[in-house]
Design a protein around this ligand. Structure first.
Ligand code: FE2
Length: 264
């Protein structure tokens, strides 16, 4: 009984510390929306719920929030060009590298591919492509999971972080996401983001669809076969291939045509 009570007292003490910490962090990071600071705190706390020594939780939560705040784009209007792609790479690394190393390897491969084909786009869109390539799968990170559909969770996170609507839209709709969202009953959520059909979107789909899960270049057919094998027939991504496979192929074909023309 005594142990239970002291655990409850300790818990109240930690709650109080976290409450004060949140006020302080909101004050210190006045360019970050308070709701986002709150969200970072809650997520860090949830991750540390099972920590053996709860006394350290406030300190660890503070550290996690400060890391997120450091990477938060203070002025989203300045988030462009190289700064945008650097931020994108750092954000993706922070979210994926340790927790999901294979997903991170894939992401690195997609970003490499994006750098190779960026010249097909007008100068103002090249960094958007590279940034979207780094960010397209961040929604798989536990910290971001909300609906469970990574395209939507990633895009909503980016919107909260003040990233440009075009990048959010690219991430939301990448590689046939709309068909999967439809199957999952998340079409309304995805509709929060514009699907900017055009060369930039094609290029991102191309990079994703020609990079394997380990980050190595692959063909579209091998990639599709690998997706079916890895996920199994019941997975919504596989079921959605019936609807979006032609769209995926068409995007890859259009980029191949541009690459051929550029090489001629
Ligand atoms: Fe991907």
């Amino acid at each position: 009984m005594l142990t239970t009570m002291s655990a409850a007292v300790r818990r109240r003490h930690v709650d109080e510390q976290i409450r004060r910490l949140e006020s302080r962090l909101v004050r210190e990071h006045d360019k970050v929306p308070p709701s986002l600071v709150h969200e970072w705190i809650e997520r860090a706390r949830a991750r540390l719920g099972g920590a053996p020594v709860q006394d350290f939780v406030p300190l660890l939560v503070e550290r996690a929030v400060r890391t997120s705040a450091r990477e938060f784009p203070v002025d989203s209007s300045g988030l462009s060009g190289t700064y945008l792609s650097n931020w994108a790479r750092n954000t993706a690394r922070r979210l994926l590298a340790k927790e999901l190393p294979r997903r991170w390897a894939h992401t690195e491969g997609v970003a490499r591919r994006a750098e190779q084909v960026a010249h097909l786009l007008p100068p103002g869109e090249q960094d958007l492509l590279v940034a979207a390539a780094w960010l397209h799968d961040i929604g798989y990170a536990a910290e971001l999971v909300d609906t469970g559909w990574h395209s939507l969770d990633g895009a909503r996170y980016l919107r909260r972080a003040g990233v440009s609507p075009r990048v959010c839209g690219l991430v939301a709709h990448h590689s046939g996401a709309a068909a999967v969202a439809h199957l999952l009953g998340l079409a309304d959520g995805l509709a929060e983001f514009d699907d900017d059909r055009g060369r930039l979107r094609d290029a991102l789909w191309y990079c994703d669809m020609t990079t394997g899960p380990d980050g190595h270049p692959t063909t579209l057919d091998n990639r599709l076969a690998e997706i079916r094998r890895r996920r199994g027939p019941e997975d919504p991504v596989v079921r959605a291939l019936d609807i979006n496979v032609d769209e995926r192929r068409a995007a890859v074909r259009r980029v191949h045509r541009l690459l051929r023309r550029a090489a001629a």
